[in-house]
Design a protein around this ligand. Structure first.
Ligand code: ADP
Ligand code: MG
Length: 247
């Protein structure tokens, strides 16, 4: 059974159909790279998996548990339970500027799980070490580089101990010299078998780290394949045109 099972996912904003019956599966430990032009629905697809958007039709199952089945959502309690299994990292980090790194990391476990900060200190230390920022525990986001902010955001997502991590263009807001440090952390997570979906323009990351690539255009999945093959010899004309512009 796939860890993430999406069948005929449909979503509109007003009368614009943004996701047109999208179907795909992600197995446990898989790293899926999602590529495609701006406006093709990549963010909406990820946000729908994280229940930051509600879809109008279709089914999303996480480890067999329906978040939404044929357009009908699970109970609030079940949605919350499923939601805890999924973490998300955003293009613009979304750290709270008035909180220190430590407070940013503690916030969700405190609010969602009611865990006191004293109980969280060990995990905070461990995760900051993992992303190479042990010395920034008391820093404020304003005093960090973009690459450091994004690594804090990854550590924050890991605080909830998710089984699935979703990344929406995690390096697109960074200066080129700072993307490497973020991609390194993501690569390490992949090596530790984290199940990940990564919307990205980083083709070398997709080829080297991802186990599967999806190409989206106009709210549809146009092509799906092994990254090294699909990104080198795409079969669909839309994929060819997109890659020709990107490379
Ligand atoms: P991508 O991430 O591939 O660039 P998005 O999922 O952000 O694509 O957007 C897909 C389409 O949905 C775009 O046409 C965008 O303008 C539209 N869209 C996204 N979010 C909203 C929203 N909250 N309200 C209205 N339209 C939206
Ligand atoms: Mg987007």
């Amino acid at each position: 059974m796939a860890l993430i099972d999406v069948v005929d996912m449909k979503k509109s904003f007003g009368n614009i159909e943004v996701l047109k019956q999208i179907t795909f599966q992600v197995e446990k430990n898989e790293v899926v790279a999602v590529i495609g032009p701006s406006g093709s629905g990549k963010s909406t697809m990820l946000r729908s998996l994280a229940h930051l958007e509600e879809i109008e039709g279709g089914t999303i199952r996480i480890d067999g548990e329906p978040l939404v089945h044929d357009g009908v959502y699970a109970s609030t309690a079940d949605i919350r339970k499923i939601g805890r299994r999924i973490g998300m990292v955003f293009q613009h980090f979304n750290l709270f500027p008035h909180l220190t790194v430590k407070q940013n990391l503690a916030l969700a476990p405190k609010l969602v799980k009611g865990e006191p900060i004293e109980k969280l200190t060990g995990r905070i230390t461990e995760l900051l070490a993992k992303v190479g920022l042990a010395d920034k525990v008391d820093a404020y986001p304003a005093n960090l580089s973009g690459g450091q902010k994004q690594r804090v955001a990854i550590a924050r997502a890991l605080m909830m101990e998710p089984e699935i991590l979703l990344f929406d263009e995690p390096t697109s807001a960074l200066d080129p010299e700072l993307t490497g440090e973020v991609l390194e952390v993501m690569k390490k997570l992949a090596e530790e078998n984290m199940t990940m979906i990564v919307v990205t323009h980083e083709m070398s990351f997709a080829k080297d780290v991802a186990t599967k690539a999806l190409f989206m255009a106009d709210g549809q999945i146009i092509e799906e394949g092994v990254p090294a093959e699909m990104l080198t010899i795409p079969t669909h004309d839309r994929t060819k045109a997109f890659l020709a512009r990107t490379l």
